[in-house]
Design a protein around this ligand. Structure first.
Ligand code: AMP
Length: 411
C-alpha cells in the first residue's frame, strides 16, 4: 500500500517523499487512517517500528486543517519518558511539518536543563508540546502553558513512563486535560499497570500490534559469549579491533562502569565516550551527536540510552553487563537492526550472571549457545546463589527457576 492511499495531504506526502520512505510501516498503515478519523489508538510497538511518523503525520494533518488560534494554544500533547526521546520526537514533527503552508509550532520541554529558555519558548503559545512529565508540570506551575485546549494526547513508551516512576505525574497531567479528547497510546510491553492505564484512557481504540513481527525479525543476530567478569574489557577491545566494528553501543549497569570502561577503551586507542544520566544535558547531547556522526566509535551507556534513541546504522550492541529487567534486554538489542538493517547483539555472560541470562532467555523466549573466544575461556566457577544481579525487576525467580539454575550448574 503506498503512502498516497492513507489520506494524507499533499504537503505531508511531500515530507514523506523527502525522507525517502517508500511504503508505510505496519503501524503507519493502520494508525494513520485511524488517527485521521479521530479514533483512539492502542499500539503495541517499540521504537524502530516507525511509530513516531505513525502519529506525527495524521496529527499534523489535523492541525493543518483546524482553524488557527491566535495566540496559539496547545492542541497536541506528546508525553515521553526521556529527554532524548523528547528531542527526537520533536525533530520528527518539525521535519514532517516543513512543507505545511501555515507553520506549525512544535515545542520540546524536558528536565535537567534550565527552565527559563523553555518558558521563553512558550511565549506566544504553541501548537504541539512534546514533554517529559515532571518538567511539563513545572511549566504549568509557572503559568507558562495550559492544557485546557488539548485535543489529542499521545503517550509514547507508556511502559517506560510507568517504569521510571511517572505514574503520579501522569495522573496530575491527565486531570488537567479536557475530558473530550483523542488518546493515542504506545507501549512496547503491557504489564498490568500499563494495561490498567490504557483501559482508563482509551475509548474503543483501534489496536495495532507490531511486536511479534519485530521480535521474530531475523535481522538481529544474537550471540552470547561466556567470559569471566574481569576479562570483559579486554575481550571487548579484542572484538572491536578484530572485527573492525566502527559503531558500537555498549551497555553497562552503572554510571561508574560507563566511565571506567570508556576510559579503558580510550587508553587502548579506541574512541569511546560514556553516556549516562549524571552527565550534563549538554554533554549527553554532544556525545550522542558525536556517536551518530561517527566522531566516536563506541558509546558506553547505562539504560538511559536503552529506549527511544534512534541511531541509524548501528550494527553492534554489546551487553557488557546484562540488563536487570528482562524486558530491557529486548529494548537494548532493539537499538540495532533498525529500519530493515541487519544488526548484531552480543551478551557477555559470566559464571555469576549465567543464571540471570537463562532467566532472560526463558522470559524472552530464545536460547543461545554460549560461545567462547580463544584466549578468553572462562575459568571462574558458578556462585552458590542463583543470581547476583538482585533478580529480575518485578519478577523474582520462582523456586522452580532457582532449582533449574542449580541443576544446570551441577549437571
Ligand atoms: P520510530 O519507530 O518512529 O523510532 O522510527 C524508526 C526509524 O524508521 C526512524 O529512523 C524513521 O525515520 C524510520 N521510518 C519511519 N517510517 C518509515 C518508513 N515508512 N519507511 C522507512 N523508514 C521509516
Amino acid at each position: 500500500m503506498p503512502f498516497s492511499s492513507l489520506g494524507l495531504s499533499p504537503a505531508l506526502l511531500r515530507a514523506v517523499n523527502a525522507r525517502a520512505y517508500t511504503t508505510p510501516t505496519a503501524i503507519q498503515s493502520v494508525a494513520i487512517p485511524a488517527v485521521l478519523q479521530g479514533r483512539d489508538v492502542l499500539g503495541s510497538a517499540q521504537t524502530g517500528s516507525g511509530k513516531t511518523a505513525a502519529f506525527a503525520l495524521p496529527l499534523l494533518q489535523q492541525l493543518e486543517q483546524a482553524p488557527k488560534d491566535k495566540p496559539r494554544r496547545v492542541r497536541t500533547l506528546v508525553l515521553v519518558p526521556t529527554r532524548e526521546l523528547a528531542a527526537q520526537v520533536g525533530e520528527e514533527f518539525r521535519s514532517l511539518a516543513q512543507h505545511l503552508a501555515d507553520p506549525v509550532k512544535v515545542t520540546v520541554v524536558f528536565g535537567g536543563v534550565s527552565i527559563n529558555p523553555q518558558m521563553m519558548g512558550l511565549r506566544g503559545g504553541t501548537d504541539i508540546v512534546v514533554a517529559t512529565p515532571g518538567r511539563l508540570l513545572d511549566l504549568i506551575a509557572h503559568n507558562a502553558l495550559s492544557l485546557g485546549s488539548v485535543s489529542t494526547l499521545v503517550l509514547d513508551e507508556a511502559d517506560r513512563l510507568l517504569d521510571l516512576g511517572f505514574a503520579e505525574e501522569l495522573a496530575r497531567i491527565l486531570a488537567l486535560l479536557p475530558a473530550q479528547r483523542q488518546n493515542l497510546f504506545f507501549s512496547a510491553t503491557f504489564p498490568p499497570d500499563v494495561q490498567a492505564l490504557a483501559q482508563t484512557l482509551l475509548r474503543e481504540p483501534v489496536r495495532v500490534d507490531v511486536l511479534p513481527e519485530t521480535q521474530n525479525e531475523p535481522d538481529i543476530a544474537q550471540r552470547a559469549i561466556a567470559v569471566d567478569a574481569g576479562k570483559r574489557t579486554q575481550l571487548l577491545r579484542q572484538l572491536i579491533t578484530q572485527h573492525g566494528w566502527t559503531r558500537v553501543l555498549v551497555f553497562v549497569a552503572t554510571k561508574h562502569a560507563a566511565e571506567i570502561v570508556a576510559d579503558k577503551l580510550r587508553k587502548a586507542g579506541i574512541d569511546a565516550e560514556p553516556f549516562h544520566g549524571e552527565l550534563s544535558q549538554g554533554k549527553r547531547t554532544q556525545v550522542l551527536a558525536d556517536f551518530k556522526t561517527s566522531r566516536i566509535s563506541v558509546m558506553v551507556a547505562t539504560d538511559v540510552a536503552a529506549r527511544g534513541i534512534d541511531i541509524a546504522q548501528l550494527p553492534v550492541v554489546v551487553n557488557y553487563d546484562l540488563p536487570r529487567s528482562t524486558a530491557d534486554y529486548t529494548h537494548r538489542i532493539g537499538r540495532t537492526g533498525r529500519a530493515g538493517e541487519s544488526g548484531l547483539a552480543v551478551s557477555f555472560v559470566s559464571a555469576t550472571t549465567e543464571a540471570h541470562f537463562r532467566l532472560i532467555e526463558k522470559r524472552q523466549g530464545f536460547k543461545l549457545a554460549r560461545e567462547q573466544v580463544a584466549g578468553f575461556e572462562p575459568v571462574d566457577t558458578a556462585p552458590i546463589e542463583a543470581t547476583t544481579t538482585g533478580g529480575v525487576k518485578g519478577k523474582r525467580p520462582s523456586k522452580k527457576d532457582k532449582l533449574r539454575a542449580a541443576a544446570a550448574r551441577n549437571p
